[in-house]
Ligand binder design. Structure first.
Ligand code: FDP
Length: 344
């Protein structure tokens, strides 16, 4: 049986970050997510369903489980000696844990993604991203360490609390998946070096907003339906929709809408870590104009449009790789509309 930490340490020599120190950090994430998984499973019994009555920094209603998941991650990671800064989607400000000399890692996380689905027993998850303090910074301005492009991530991954609890992570050398065995309380290796299928005839989007999507996206959605061989799947929990896309292929998209012109999803806690996982599995992630991992974040809670999935399906939508005629038209329309609205 290979656990996450053991699997990671076995990569010593192949991955510069595969150290005992980093494995200790990862064990903070596995511990926290095991506690969260246990609570998610018993949420109805523990009377921790429902809203707290508080509105978070994102303007969203905070669920009791959101708060619990956030506190669990902060507590479990706060004691890991090598973590300097913790950044949560739920909190307005970063948690500064340690000085630069010791706390060289920064962990950013969405403690409970898809939380509006909690009360309906739909899969939800935790997403994490790990950075190192920026070497260019003088160490005083905390934001220069946090606002790094996604291509600087040292590791990233997610946990889906679904029919089973599954953890997938990358540290820049492939994507590896583990299943939580509740009888022994450990994540056990299920599959190494996962590859996302290059094609997958599944599109995943909240089509209710279609009328307010950029014209290029609307055209793509018309095109996809006209093919007759695509299926639509939308769970409404990014982490679960992404996990299906990783395993079965296809494309997930959440473009800008009238309500959320910049897109709804968060660059640092959602798009960046999933883009890192997608690329490491052979997939692609873009905002319609630019590779997600090249985006220079301007603010901690910045939002972005996201198109992520199988290489061929994203190319079909964006017209990348000299794609087909419809694809190229889609790209031009998406880019032109993004530029016109000042979002490019
Ligand atoms: P939620 O609001 O339930 O937390 O970013 C959060 C997120 O869920 C994603 O997990 C999900 O993909 C998306 O928002 C769903 O948004 P819509 O309800 O607008 O489709």
């Amino acid at each position: 049986m290979t656990t996450v930490e053991r699997h990671f340490l076995d990569r010593k020599g192949r991955n510069p970050h595969a150290t005992e120190e980093f494995s200790w950090l990862l064990s903070g994430i596995t511990l926290a997510t095991k506690i969260i998984a246990a609570y998610v499973q018993r949420a109805g019994l523990l009377e921790i369903m429902g809203a707290t009555g508080r509105i978070n920094v994102q303007g969203e209603e905070v669920q009791k489980l959101d708060e619990f998941a956030n506190q669990t991650l902060v507590r479990c990671l706060g004691y890991r000696g090598n973590i300097g800064i913790l950044v949560s989607e739920e909190d307005e400000e970063p948690h500064q844990i340690q000085e630069a000399e010791t706390g060289k890692y920064i962990v950013l996380f969405d403690p409970l993604d898809g939380s509006s689905n909690i009360n309906a027993n739909v899969s939800i998850g935790t997403i994490f991203s790990i950075l190192q303090r920026s070497p260019e910074s003088d160490g005083r301005d905390v934001m220069t360490h946090i606002l790094q492009p996604g291509c600087n991530q040292v590791a990233a991954g997610y946990v889906v609390y679904g029919s089973s609890t599954v953890l997938a992570y990358t540290a820049g050398d492939g994507v590896h998946m583990f299943t939580l065995d509740p009888s022994i309380g450990a994540y056990i290796l299920a599959q190494e070096n996962i590859r996302m299928p290059e094609q997958g005839r599944i599109y995943s989007v909240n089509e209710a907003y279609c009328q307010t999507f950029p014209e290029g996206i609307q055209k793509y959605l018309e095109w996809v339906k006209a093919q007759g061989n695509y299926s639509s799947r939308y769970i409404g929990s990014l982490v679960a929709d992404f996990h299906r896309t990783l395993i079965r292929g296809g494309v997930f998209l959440y473009p800008g809408t009238k309500k959320a012109p910049q897109g709804k999803l968060r660059l640092l806690y959602e798009a960046n870590p999933l883009a890192f996982v997608a690329e490491q599995a052979g997939g692609v992630a873009t905002d319609g104009r630019q590779r997600i991992l090249d985006k220079q974040p301007q603010a901690m809670h910045e939002r972005t449009a996201l198109i992520i999935g199988s290489k061929d399906e994203v190319a079909q939508l964006t017209g990348a790789n000299g794609g087909n005629r419809e694809g190229n038209q889609n790209l031009r329309s998406v880019s032109a509309l993004l530029l016109k609205s000042g979002r490019g």
